[in-house]
Design a protein around this ligand. Structure first.
Ligand SMILES: CC(C)(O)[C@@H](O)C(=O)O
Ligand SMILES: [Mg+2]
Length: 623
């Protein structure tokens, strides 16, 4: 099959185009070789990306050595942690669409043949996964890698911490300035994506589980020299994938073959098994939309009920971080345990050219014969402050192969028989809402509380701060959905503040917004339909009883249908003020308004509502 790039390199009509390529450094003899786009998300604004600038050059050199023609371009990258807690967070989810478009635009405008995606943080990996499936050209991922955990002395104990601990330490009512300074200094010691099972590490683990990244991609810390091999191998592999597809006609290397229904099921099993971020639900639904797979929120619920939680990392476990999951064998170890339990699609193709079941066994550290695996998973943190990639080569003295009480369990010793994420439904969320059950204290798995309603995150924060919210309350935050925010902000700040004021296991929070992967407690998000789309959450009033029942996957607003009908009629009577926040003044840019207008609901991944787009196009024709 011809290379895609033939259209911009071959024939007399492309004389000028070849001249332009040559002015980018392409040598004449390189024409006819596969052009590999390097989607680099380097930025100095995000610790997970600050070290990527040079890695684009490293990958380019290896691609050239492997017989490809590297062409690097950049995308943006938003740091959710820096955007958190203010209106900047409105840009986080929309940036996923912007990044996916940027990759599409660069890859299609220049007709590249294949892609290597250098991603890392929350929205960048899912965005590039969306783009890869949208483009459906050979693609491989290699992420910047997780940050090392921090360490500091706190009230007489040495604590291992991550970025999120700053909220609890600094937010404690009796925090001292010395403690605040110490946790600031210690919480983020290196480059990389925050050391917990936040959205970034969840998505990088899922990309490895999908087989779109090499073994170790999700868990080798960013600072370790072993990670450099991942970049080199991925660079060589993508050239091989381009040849496999264009020269040998092997379409099993294409993203849509890998992100098939079976592949996506494997990714969902992984997120359930590791207690991944609730955002993985949003992102995998958006990836499924791009991959053309009929995959719905009900698939998540089905898989959640039958997949055990085999690995708990912060925030679902105390002082356990990604580096500890690595020492226990990382994603490959979880894949091996799921395969042994018959809970993994064995034959799904991967970027490695063989099904994950074939190579997971080679990377299983519990097999003493697997020397390479045992070496790879011995890569540990250096414990030295650094924002440079591959700056240390520390190794754990021993691996964690204890599948009964270790960080990664076998199915017989699972943390919970069901997955770490649960999909709930009820009159308050007829189209679903989600909760990270792995992070909910047992005493809150069934909970009845009374609503304290806020129409913005800021309003809720004030009510938590000034004591309006008490034990037994359900903080309801609405008009923060994909459309209503717009942008579906993460509500880490209010969930963190509930913990900081001692209500983490005494109160609940439900929202049409979403949560950070760092959120724990009875925090229920993605309520669909959202308030801005006429959802019942838009009708809740202070004092209304709300019931949560995680084992039975149920959320219920204990208000009669008659009363809800009355409230709905009253709301609709507001005319163009209906289903809008009552007293909220918020500056929303044109770009964000366009996102809100086109965003599907959370139960569809908050991606572009293409059915609405079709309707708008038809209406435009008539106008
Ligand atoms: C700040 C975090 C930890 O990245 C959060 O935004 C997440 O989604 O996990
Ligand atoms: Mg996030």
């Amino acid at each position: 099959m011809k290379l895609r790039s033939d259209r911009v390199t071959v024939g007399p009509m492309n004389t000028g185009v070849r001249a332009l390529w040559r002015a980018t450094g392409t040598a004449p003899e390189e024409f006819g070789r596969p052009i590999i786009g390097i989607a680099n998300s380097f930025t100095e604004m995000v610790p997970g990306h600050v070290h990527l600038q040079a890695l684009g050059r490293l990958v380019a050199k290896e691609i050239r050595a492997a017989g490809g023609v590297p062409k690097e371009f950049n995308t943006i990258a938003v740091d959710d942690g820096i955007a958190m807690g203010h209106e900047g967070m409105m840009y986080s989810l929309p940036s996923r669409e912007i990044i996916a478009d940027a990759v599409e635009y660069m890859a299609n405008a220049h007709a590249v043949d294949a892609l290597i995606c250098l991603s890392n943080c929350d929205k960048i990996t899912p965005a590039m996964l969306m783009a890869a499936n949208r483009l459906n050209i050979p693609t491989i991922f290699v992420s910047g890698g997780p940050m090392e955990s921090g360490k500091f002395d706190y009230r007489g104990k040495t604590r291992r911490i991550d970025a999120i601990d700053t909220i609890y330490v600094a937010g404690a009512p009796d925090a001292t300035q010395a403690e605040i300074d110490a946790v600031e200094e210690s919480a983020c010691p290196t480059c990389g994506s925050c050391a917990l099972m936040g959205t970034a590490n969840s998505m990088n683990c899922l990309t490895e589980a999908l087989g779109l990244a090499l073994p170790g991609n999700g868990t080798i810390v960013a600072t370790h020299t072993d990670r450099e091999d991942l970049f080199r191998k991925a660079a060589h592999r993508i050239v091989g994938m381009a040849h496999a597809y264009y020269r040998d006609g092997d379409d099993s290397v294409l993203p849509r073959a890998i992100c098939s229904r079976e592949g996506l099921e494997n990714a969902v099993r992984m997120t359930m098994a590791i207690g991944g971020s609730t955002n993985t639900i949003l992102h995998l639904l958006a990836v499924a939309q791009e991959s053309g797979v009929d995959f719905t929120i009900d698939d998540f619920d089905r898989i959640s009920r039958e997949t055990p939680c085999l690995c708990k990392v912060s925030p679902s476990a105390h002082e356990v971080f990604i580096e500890d999951m690595h020492r226990a064998g990382g994603v490959m170890a979880v894949v091996s345990e799921l395969l042994k339990a018959g809970l993994y699609n064995r034959d799904n193709p991967t970027a490695l050219g063989k099904p994950v079941a074939e190579y997971a066994a080679e990377w299983d550290i519990t097999d003493p014969a697997n020397d390479e695996a045992r070496r790879l998973f011995s890569a540990g943190p250096g414990g030295i402050r650094s924002i440079r990639a591959f700056s240390q080569s520390s190794r754990f003295r021993e691996l964690d192969t204890d599948r009964a009480t270790g960080v990664i369990r076998d199915a017989d010793h699972a943390f919970t028989a069901e997955g770490g994420l649960a999909v709930l439904r009820g009159n308050l969320a007829p189209d679903s809402c989600v909760v990270k059950s792995a992070g909910v204290p047992e005493n809150l798995w069934q909970f009845r509380g009374t609503a304290i309603v806020s129409e913005s995150m800021e309003e809720a924060l004030e009510k938590i701060r000034n004591g309006t919210v008490q034990a037994g309350h359900v903080v309801v935050i609405r008009h923060e959905g994909p459309r209503g925010g717009p942008g579906m902000r993460e509500m880490l700040t209010p969930t963190g503040m509930l913990k900081a004021v001692g209500l983490g296991d005494k109160a609940a929070l439900i929202t049409d917004g979403r949560f950070s992967g760092a959120t724990s407690g009875l925090s229920v998000g993605h309520v669909s339909p959202e308030a801005a789309s006429g959802g019942v959450i838009g009708l809740v009033e202070d004092g209304d009883p709300i019931e949560f029942d995680i084992p039975n996957r149920r959320v219920h607003l204990d208000v009669s249908d008659e009363e809800l009908d009355r409230r709905r009629a009253e709301m609709n009577a507001r005319g163009d003020k209906a289903w809008r926040p009552v007293n909220r003044v918020r500056q929303v840019s044109t770009s964000l308004r366009i996102f809100g207008l086109m965003a599907a609901s959370a139960d569809k991944g908050g991606a572009r509502d293409t059915e609405k787009l079709d309707r708008l196009e038809r209406a435009a024709i008539k106008a």
